[in-house]
Design a protein around this ligand. Structure first.
Ligand code: NAD
Length: 377
């Protein structure tokens, strides 16, 4: 019997992505798996059911999930979804386990083997499986587009019979995966781009995209190539140095994040008050509370003449390409485990060991186990 891999329709509000696009679904079929999709699973990403060749379409989520050996999802599963699965099956997707401990407990009870895409270690070998990066790249691209859309100015310089228009100035704070893609996109649209990050390694990356790196004299390299939280003194120094650049930009894109912590607050209200009339802030850190004091996650607000946009789940706004990239990450993660027509879990492989959340009734991820055990006390 071939392994059955199931693709349910995403149920989270506003989620338009799907875990497998037709091309990657066909690759799994070629690997000897049976691919089963829920009716309309790819519809919101513009993949109609009939684009999935050689896959079976099942009407109902329960029927689909209960027969699957592997279920692949994008957004974190609900308890109901876990309860639809057969005992001992495998579930892969984003989990955000710290916010969804009841789901973890449900998976533990049903002996589900779960792999969290966000826990895949960010090592070179795992780059092609790194869904945090693929989806952050989508978000960074879209942030620049949103900025140009909400702005009352052109991004490029325009020389016309009606006069010459100066290009917009875009400032990007946080030059990680999303920030770099925002820089590249704003540059392609013709803006003058400046960027800042507390990790000095980003200087070269920013400059390679044709943007100017702002050296504000605050550096905060943390563990594993990430940033650490700034001290109060560093925060004050950073804000003082940033104020001038923020007051001159037309569009400010903020992406600063520290793993496992709320987004650092970098833009207080008084800095917004000092911005140009018609300036726009796109706060990509809204998911973690935002980098701007005035950000309202999921909303667009105005303060004086400044628009502050705090979008949530941005990758879902580019659902077709975001799904294609996510599906490739899943394929690259899963295919090495699928030798001889069955799922082989090599616990000595750090990618498998570190991304596993639950297996055979155990919580394998230390931080999640402590959290769930803390809940039970
Ligand atoms: P992230 O989303 O955690 O943070 C975004 C950016 O915000 C980071 O560049 C961070 O330095 C910056 N930041 C944090 N606090 C700040 C502050 N107070 N002011 C200004 N900027 C601040 O980061 P990310 O995009 O997920 O990735 C960050 C790191 O991970 C990079 O070093 C990247 O190269 C690395 N990475 C490695 C791999 C891999 O090797 N497989 C894959 C992806 C990313």
């Amino acid at each position: 019997m071939p392994i059955k891999i199931a693709v349910p329709k995403e149920t989270a509000q506003g989620e338009r992505r799907v875990a497998l696009d037709p091309t990657v679904a066909a690759r799994f079929t070629k690997l000897g798996l049976e691919v089963v999709i829920q009716k309309g699973a790819g519809q919101n990403a513009q993949f109609p059911d009939d684009a999935y060749a050689d896959t079976r379409v099942v009407d109902d989520a329960k029927a689909l999930m209960s027969e699957a050996d592997i279920v692949v999802k994008v957004a974190p599963p609900t308890q109901e979804e876990v309860n639809m699965m057969k005992d001992g099956a495998t579930l892969i997707g984003f989990f955000h386990a710290h916010k969804n401990t009841d789901v973890v407990k449900a998976m533990q009870k049903k002996k589900i083997t779960s792999f969290a895409m966000e826990l895949i270690p960010r090592i070179s070998r795992a780059q092609s499986m790194d869904a945090l990066s693929s989806q952050a790249a989508v978000a960074g691209y879209k942030a620049a587009i949103m900025g140009s859309d909400l702005s009352c100015r052109f991004f490029p310089m325009l020389t016309t019979a009606a006069g010459t228009i100066r290009p917009s100035k875009v400032l990007v704070i946080g030059a990680g995966v999303a920030g770099l893609q925002a820089i590249a996109t704003a540059r392609r649209l013709g803006a003058i781009v400046e960027a800042y990050d507390v990790r000095s390694a980003t200087k070269e990356q920013v400059e390679s995209l044709g943007a100017k790196f702002l050296d504000l004299g605050v550096k905060a390299e943390g563990e594993g190539g990430y940033a650490r939280e700034l001290t109060d003194e560093e925060k004050a120094k950073q804000q003082e140095a940033l104020a001038k650049f923020i007051s001159q930009c037309d569009v400010l894109i903020t992406t600063a994040a520290i793993p496992g912590r709320p987004s650092p607050m970098l833009i207080p209200q008084k800095m917004v008050d000092g911005m140009k009339p018609g300036a726009v802030i796109i706060d990509l850190a809204a998911e973690g509370g935002g980098n701007c004091e005035l950000t309202k996650p999921g909303k667009t607000v105005t303060k004086g003449n400044v628009t502050i946009h705090g979008p949530l789940n941005v990758p879902s706004q580019v659902p077709l390409h975001a799904s294609e990239m996510y599906a490739k990450n899943l394929l690259n993660f899963l295919s090495p485990m699928l030798a001889d027509g069955k799922l082989n879990l090599d616990w000595n492989d750090e990618i498998i060991a570190k991304s596993c959340l639950t297996h055979d009734g155990e919580i394998k991820h230390d931080a999640t186990r402590s959290l769930v055990e803390g809940d039970q006390k």
